[in-house]
Ligand binder design. Structure first.
Ligand SMILES: C[S@@+](CC[C@H](N)C(=O)[O-])C[C@H]1O[C@@H](n2cnc3c(N)ncnc32)[C@H](O)[C@@H]1O
Length: 348
């Protein structure tokens, strides 16, 4: 059985060519979750149009189509009948399951925003590489949340999402946006602000918390509500703000030191473009709040810090870095000064 997948045309034009390689890597990781054996993942042109291909031993189940429909690059899936793609392509209906409409992630435009399809891909890779499933009660942390693209992508999947961001302005804007969005969509919610750390008001760290649901019926049952929490604080203190082993996934786009600097423990290196000190100082806290079998996926600029060096930092902190081929297929140019890559590490 051969399947051909058309890529979402919204993929960042800057890395359009490399986007095919990123898609192959994401699909290769997802293929391990399918009910049938996949023998090949590749790229093929049919009548001048590029497709991502998947060859399997048997027909994909509807559960498999659900897994594929979630992938960040998937626009349309076809089943090839006959020996060649030119013989005919049969369109397959996607199984789109969005808890909140995906526009929550796309409507905002601002300087320093991480591309939403790239962010969705990171969330997928984190989930697919972890020991958890999409329908588990997933809790995700973005430890460098900015104005919340990762958190918004997580809410589309129905995950509870939490962010730590050091800049007060970004946290404030994120909080205002999320509240307005729930109101505009006429979704039931409660909002609260509670102290999560500090002995007195002066050093207090607060979490802005939302509890919401995608229908009035679901909202009635407190257990079924989703949560979104925003903390203005330093990520190296994540274990002071959250309980041990409370997150399945940690996903974030590390600061690039241009629009957003690194804010780590050491004042002399704060604001540099190299995020290694930030990651090193935060990993003990991130490890503490992550569940066993959970994963961390971080994007960074590989021009300023090599994959090998970053992998060493993770390994020293006791993480298993997933370094086999599909996990090494995500590097791509964003602009002249940024070559972006992602690292995937698991708490074992
Ligand atoms: C690349 S931006 C994330 C952008 C975000 N994904 C979005 O789309 O809005 C990285 C963020 O990390 C924040 N940051 C840097 N050091 C931090 C620290 N120690 N703790 C928490 N946030 C930090 C920066 O202020 C910046 O907003």
């Amino acid at each position: 059985m051969k399947y051909l997948i058309l890529q979402n045309p919204g993929h960042n034009r800057v890395y359009y060519k490399e986007a095919a390689q990123l898609a192959v890597s994401e699909l290769s990781i997802a293929s391990k979750r399918l009910s049938v054996k996949c023998t090949d993942v590749g790229i093929q042109e049919v009548a001048g149009v590029r497709y991502i291909t998947l060859t399997c031993d048997d027909e994909l189940s509807s559960q498999d189509i659900t897994v594929l429909s979630r992938l960040s690059f998937v626009f349309a899936i076809f089943n090839q009948f006959g020996l060649h793609a030119e013989d005919g392509l049969l369109p397959i209906s996607l199984e789109v399951c969005e808890y909140l409409d995906s526009k929550i992630s796309t409507i905002q435009k601002y300087a320093g925003k991480t591309n939403e399809l790239f962010t969705k891909m990171m969330v997928n890779v984190a989930l697919l590489a972890s020991d958890y499933n999409y329908d588990d009660d997933i809790r995700l942390l973005d430890p460098v949340a900015g104005r919340g693209t990762t958190l918004n992508e997580a809410t589309v999947y129905g995950f509870s999402a939490f962010g730590i961001e050091i800049e007060q302005k970004s946290v404030h804007e994120n909080q205002i946006f999320f509240k307005k969005h729930l109101q505009n969509e006429r979704l039931k919610f409660v909002a609260d602000k509670r102290m999560v750390y500090g002995k007195n008001k002066k050093e207090a760290i607060y979490m802005h918390e939302f509890e919401y649901a995608n229908s009035k019926e679901v909202f009635k049952n407190k257990e079924e509500r989703k949560q979104l929490g925003l903390i203005c604080g330093n990520s190296q203190d994540a274990d002071k703000y959250f309980k041990k082993n409370c997150f399945n996934l940690i996903v974030g786009d590390l600061p690039y030191g241009i629009a957003h600097g690194n804010t780590g423990a050491n004042k002399s290196t704060t604001g540099t473009r190299n995020p290694s000190e930030l990651v090193e100082s935060c990993l003990p806290a991130w490890k503490s709040v992550l569940k066993k079998g959970g994963t961390i996926v971080l994007a960074w600029n590989s021009f300023v810090l090599s994959r090998l060096k970053l992998a060493e930092v993770f390994a020293t902190s006791g993480f298993k870095v997933l370094d086999a081929k599909p996990y090494q297929g995500f590097e791509h140019m964003v602009d002249k000064s940024i070559k972006r890559d992602i690292i995937v590490a698991k708490k074992i």
